[in-house]
Design a protein around this ligand. Structure first.
Ligand SMILES: Nc1ncnc2c1ncn2[C@@H]1O[C@H](COP(=O)(O)OP(=O)(O)OP(=O)(O)O)[C@@H](O)[C@H]1O
Ligand SMILES: [Mg+2]
Length: 325
C-alpha cells in the first residue's frame, strides 16, 4: 500500500519502574487500513495505545498520528482520533442519548450536529430503542456499542479500539465486526488491540504480535498463520498412564509433538485431514484408548508457541487485574 501513514510508532518505550511494558516498538499503519495489535494479557497493548493517543508520555521514542507528533503536537493528535478504551467509559446514570450529548458539549460540537449524529449512530449501532434508557441497564454488548458511538461522534478519521469485543458473546462480537468493517470501507483507519487471533484475522490488514513489550512478529493474517504453523492434530487420552507411550508413537509419525500432561493431551503439526487419519490409524493398532481426536486451527497460543518456543503464560490470574470494575 502506498497510502500516507495514518499512525506511526517510532521505537516507543514505556517503563513503569522495573516493568518494561513497551520495549521499543515500531510500526506503520497506512491510511484507510486496519492494524491489529495482538498479544496476551500484559503484552503492552494498552500502554502502546495510551502513548499513541497522548494519554501517557513515552519513556522514549515517539509516534505520529495523522502526521502530527504525539509529543510536540498533542492537541492536533487528539483532534484526529477517537478512542474506545478497554474499560467502558460511558456514564451509567445518563441515558444513551445523554451520554452523546455530554461528549458533544465537551468537544464543543454544535448541538444540531450532535442531535443528528446521535440519531445516525444509534441507528447504525442498533441502539435507537434503548436511546432513552439509562446506560446502566444496557448489556455488555450495548455498552460497547455506546462506547463506540461516543468515540465516533466527532467523526475522527483514525480510531483506536482497545479490545473492543472482549467479554462480548459471539453474536455481539460479529455484529461489532460488521460495523467496524463498514467504517473502514468508508475510509476510517483502525488500530485495534485484541487477544483473539480470530478477531485480528477478520478485521486486520496487518497484524503486529506483541509479547512482553516487544514485537515478535508482524505481517498479514495469512503470512502470520503460515508462520505460526498449520493446523494441528489434538489427541486426548483416556488414561494419563498412556502419555509416554502415546508421545513416542506420535513422535514416530509427526512433527512438533507437544505433551500437556494435566489435560492428557498431545498435539502435533498436521498438514490436513490426511495426517489426522494417519494418526488415528496409528492409535487404533496401539490399543491406547482415546477420549478425543481432532484437528485444531492455529490459535493465539499456537502463534506464541511457534514464535517464542513457549506457550503464552497462563494469564488467568492477571485477567481480573484492573480490567473489570
Ligand atoms: N500504570 C501502570 N503502572 C505500573 N505498571 C503498569 C501500568 N500500566 C501497565 N503496567 C504494566 O505494564 C505491562 C503492560 O501492561 P498493558 O496494560 O499495556 O498490557 P495489555 O497488553 O494491555 O494487557 P491486557 O490484555 O491485560 O489489557 C503489564 O506488566 C502491566 O502490569
Ligand atoms: Mg490492555
Amino acid at each position: 500500500m502506498n497510502a500516507a501513514p495514518a499512525v506511526e510508532a517510532i521505537d516507543l518505550v514505556k517503563h513503569f519502574g522495573e516493568t518494561r511494558a513497551v520495549d521499543g516498538v515500531s510500526f506503520v499503519v497506512p491510511e484507510g487500513s486496519v492494524l491489529g495489535l495482538l498479544g496476551p494479557n500484559g503484552a503492552g497493548k494498552t500502554s502502546l495505545v495510551r502513548m499513541l493517543t497522548t494519554l501517557s508520555v513515552p519513556t522514549s521514542g515517539t509516534g505520529r498520528v495523522a502526521g502530527f507528533d504525539i509529543l510536540r503536537q498533542p492537541t492536533e493528535v487528539r483532534r484526529s482520533l477517537g478512542l474506545t478504551g478497554q474499560a467502558a467509559t460511558v456514564d451509567e446514570i445518563l441515558t444513551g442519548r445523554e451520554n452523546l450529548k455530554l461528549i458533544g458539549s465537551l468537544y464543543g460540537l454544535p448541538r444540531t450536529f450532535v442531535r443528528e449524529a446521535t440519531e445516525r449512530l444509534f441507528a447504525r449501532f442498533d441502539l435507537t430503542d434503548a436511546a432513552d434508557r439509562m446506560a446502566k441497564t444496557y448489556s455488555g454488548g450495548m455498552r460497547r456499542r455506546l462506547d463506540l458511538a461516543v468515540s465516533l461522534l466527532a467523526a475522527p478519521p483514525i480510531l483506536f479500539l482497545d479490545e473492543p469485543t472482549t467479554g462480548l458473546d459471539p453474536q455481539s462480537r460479529s455484529g461489532l465486526w460488521a460495523v467496524l468493517r463498514e467504517l473502514v470501507s468508508e475510509g476510517t483507519t483502525l488500530v485495534l488491540t485484541t487477544q483473539y487471533l480470530e478477531e485480528a484475522d477478520h478485521l486486520a490488514d496487518e497484524i503486529v504480535v506483541v509479547d512482553k513489550g516487544r514485537v515478535i512478529a508482524a505481517g498479514t493474517p495469512t503470512q502470520l498463520k503460515d508462520q505460526a504453523g498449520r493446523a494441528s492434530v489434538v489427541v486426548t487420552l483416556t488414561h494419563a498412564a498412556d502419555l509416554d507411550r502415546a508421545a513416542e508413537l506420535m513422535n514416530s509419525c509427526c512433527q512438533e509433538v507437544h505433551v500437556e500432561r494435566g489435560s492428557r493431551r498431545l498435539t502435533a503439526q498436521a498438514g490436513g485431514l490426511g495426517d489426522m487419519t494417519r494418526i488415528a490409524a496409528v492409535f487404533e493398532t496401539s490399543g491406547i484408548e482415546l477420549d478425543d481426536l481432532g484437528l485444531a486451527r492455529p490459535s493465539l497460543d499456537d502463534v506464541f508457541l511457534h514464535l517464542t518456543g513457549h506457550r503464552a503464560e497462563d494469564a488467568s490470574d492477571l485477567t481480573n487485574e484492573g480490567v473489570t470494575p
